[in-house]
Design a protein around this ligand. Sequence first.
Ligand SMILES: Nc1ncnc2c1ncn2[C@@H]1O[C@H](COP(=O)(O)OP(=O)(O)OP(=O)(O)O)[C@@H](O)[C@H]1O
Ligand SMILES: [Mg+2]
Length: 233
Amino acid sequence: MSALARITDLHAGYGRAEVLFGVDLTVPRGAVTTLIGRNGMGKTTTIRCLMGLLSPSSGRVEVGDEDLTGAAPYRMARAGLGLVPEGRQVFPSLTVSENLRATARPRANGWTEARVFDAFPRLAERRAHYGVQLSGGEQQMLAIGRALMTNPDLLVLDEATEGLAPLIREEIWTMLGRLKAEGLTILLVDKNLGELARISDHYAVIEKGRIVWTGSADDFAADRATVEQFLHL
Ligand SMILES: Nc1ncnc2c1ncn2[C@@H]1O[C@H](COP(=O)(O)OP(=O)(O)OP(=O)(O)O)[C@@H](O)[C@H]1O
Ligand SMILES: [Mg+2]
């Protein structure tokens, strides 16, 4: 099992506020890995370092065999990383179509606008609407479609089902299941243990800027009592 991405002894923060204190995280190829932890523990900060949106103060970020520590976001995208960011961050003054195309990286037999519209018919109906006119669920589908149109080797989703209506959540989980079945490597940040159990192969639990538990889905189920202490469920 080769790693698609690996984070080693990562330290990072905002100004003088340190947030990550030596995060180690491996993302195996062809599997779904979940990073889980309570609010404010450093999940998004870890993702931001992985995506080149925040420069770590020390540690290493590798994609495949390449050391890309501190590299710019466009290089991370070129290395095959696609992000569905926390809070969706669709471009408000671009249409659905324009949002999808803005960061697209075409690939033979890859994701196209037509394929995204096939996967999310609701977006097709809204193709001429501006980002700002969309509901939260539609924005989330758009953020996922936009990331898919970069044709990533690793799709990273930071709380992609947060705050959405149950039917939309269901649609997104179904989509993630399909992507997994197609063999896409996925790194998820999510708190929905029930849905995660159906899709996640590996778990990493983060607590106050450190990974305090890692293991397979089976380990996670077996060690639930320990894990729940960290998650304070
Ligand atoms: N831009 C920022 N400037 C200063 N501090 C920040 C900034 N973003 C996050 N923090 C702080 O860093 C810590 C970790 O935040 P982070 O967003 O990584 O947590 P998280 O695990 O993603 O939480 P959540 O589950 O709420 O999304 C928190 O204490 C947060 O207040
Ligand atoms: Mg977060």
